[in-house]
Design a binder for this molecule. Structure first.
Ligand code: ADP
Ligand code: GLC
Length: 482
């Protein structure tokens, strides 16, 4: 029997380009499918900011011109095989130049519309006909609308199915309706009648929700939440309407990349049997590296995150006093909104032995924080899945989370499960909630060490590696192919 051919389309994938969890998923999930039955390839933009380490290894596959937004544009395709998975890269330096994958929002709309059209344009040229295109987030939102409208006369495309995964409903690719209609060349009636517009604006993700054969998101709880007005970002009605074809599949993480036993970024390695010693040494090393007081009994709490409203920064800021008072210490690694960055920096400057703010993106340092902290704070306002808490669990660092979306589905709270717990969770998004959870965690750390140590082992015993989620995607693919 021939293998099912799946093409992942995404704006980011590790190890080439990453700003958040989307990259972890698009770059690691392809490796988890049964290779005897599925042949998964990945297509990304060929950003000039991808490291020369990878760019130099890419092979040119073809180049042509594609008519787009009023003129003929260069369209190149490059390819790189990484550990048995083929990665394709759509090349156009005008669109994918610059120091990062995203520029300003309007330009991003244009460049990802180009990306969607280009992904489909190259397929017949390279004679590659996937059974399924699995699209991720709004950047790929127009692929399904193109397939189901302007391209549906062409037998080459007629049997290609689409799956669309929502990683974050907050970002939908909103823009002017006439602008999106003009650049995409998609029929006007899609914009007039609603498939590609919300209110009077254009909406790329809505097109994907309307036209994809199946829709998924990255946890069961978030799948339920976004069918309600509170979390639905105006798409709740659409998602309810599509609910027979919509489900949640929780994310995993790559257990080789995130492994305290072998992690090359760590000076001290440990596993579940050596966690007590290993974490104590990792904590001392981290405190020293960050210039914090080296104190084994201080409760060291870490954050590795985009510094935005989604991640609960407006609960964290008022909690800073508490977080930086003895016997707590606090480290944050992240970049984001100026106001949060500045406030964190000011607090850190005022108490350098208790708090450190690292306002940068640093993969290796993030691993040392996951390993060296006692607890990991993630009080998100909403969280489609969240990978950081999964990484924290893997490193035996207990998550303190708000019980929402994927956080609710992956952290077992102490107040409900006692010694079987893996972390701490509060329900309501308010200061009372976060203070309560921080107090319970601190009390457990200081006064109930046996419980703390048991929870740490439970955390490390959890299995959030990819195989079980990959099986669910395989079942979904079988379903979509009938
Ligand atoms: P989101 O995708 O919403 O940002 P996730 O928890 O799904 O949140 O994924 C975030 C990923 O990005 C994790 O792998 C996390 O470790 C990583 N990350 C976030 N900020 C930084 C940073 N400043 N430095 C290094 N890694 C970071
Ligand atoms: C998004 C979400 C995050 C999720 C990630 C990968 O960035 O904010 O919760 O883990 O995508 O699916």
């Amino acid at each position: 029997m021939s293998k099912t051919k799946v093409l992942f389309a995404a704006a980011e994938a590790v190890p080439f380009i990453k700003t958040g969890g989307l990259a972890d998923v698009a770059g690691s999930l392809p490796y988890a499918f049964d290779r005897d039955q599925y042949e998964v390839r990945v297509i990304l933009p060929c950003y000039t900011c991808i490291s020369p380490r990878y760019r130099s290894k890419m092979k040119d596959v073809m180049h042509t011109v594609m008519h787009f937004n009023g003129r003929d544009r260069y369209l190149g395709l490059r390819e790189l095989d990484l550990n048995g998975i083929t990665f394709y890269f759509i090349d156009n330096e005008d669109y994918f130049g610059g120091s990062g994958p995203y520029t300003d929002y309007t330009y991003d709309i244009e460049k990802f519309t180009f990306f969607c059209k280009a992904v489909l344009a190259i397929l017949p040229i390279i004679n590659y006909q996937p059974d399924i295109i699995h699209c991720h987030d709004w950047h790929t939102g127009l692929i399904a609308p193109y397939l189901k409208t302007t391209l549906n006369w062409d037998p080459f495309y007629q049997n290609i199915k689409t799956v669309f995964t929502i990683h974050n409903l907050k970002f939908q690719g909103l823009c002017g309706r006439d602008f999106l209609c003009g650049i995409s060349g998609l029929p006007w009636h899609l914009f007039a009648e609603g498939a590609l517009c919300s209110g009077s604006g254009g909406n790329m993700m809505k097109g994907a929700i309307q036209f994809s054969d199946k829709i998924t998101t990255v946890s069961d709880s978030y799948a339920e939440e976004i069918k309600t007005p509170e979390y639905g970002e105006t798409m709740d009605g659409m998602l309810q309407w599509r609910s027979p074809d919509f489900c949640g599949i929780v994310n995993g993480i790559d257990y080789e990349t995130f492994d305290p036993k072998t992690d090359p970024s760590l000076a001290v390695h440990y596993d579940i049997d050596t966690v007590a010693k290993g974490k104590a040494a990792s904590k001392a090393a981290l405190q020293k590296e960050l210039g914090l007081a080296v104190e084994k009994d201080s409760f060291l709490i870490g954050i590795v995150s985009r510094l935005t409203e989604q991640k609960g920064l407006d609960l964290i800021i008022p909690a800073l006093d508490r977080l930086t008072k003895k016997p707590c210490q606090f480290v944050v690694l992240g970049t984001g909104d100026y106001i949060y960055e500045r406030t964190l920096q000011e607090y850190a400057a005022a108490c350098p032995d208790r708090m450190k703010a690292c306002l940068l993106y640093d993969e290796a340092l993030s691993h040392r924080i996951y390993a060296g902290c006692d607890a990991f704070l993630m009080p998100s306002r909403f969280e489609p899945c969240g990978l950081s808490q999964l990484i924290a669990l893997r490193f035996g660092t207990l998550p303190i989370v708000r019980a929402t979306g994927g956080l609710k589905d992956t952290v077992i709270p102490y107040d409900k499960a006692g010694l079987n717990a893996t972390g701490f969770a509060f329900e309501n998004y308010d200061w009372g909630g976060i203070h309560w959870a921080l107090d319970v965690a601190l009390d457990t750390f200081l006064n109930h060490r046996r419980a703390w140590n048991a929870m740490r082992k439970n955390a490390m015993r959890q299995d959030f590696s990819w195989p079980s989620s990959a099986k669910k995607y395989e079942a979904l693919y079988r379903d979509v192919l009938g």
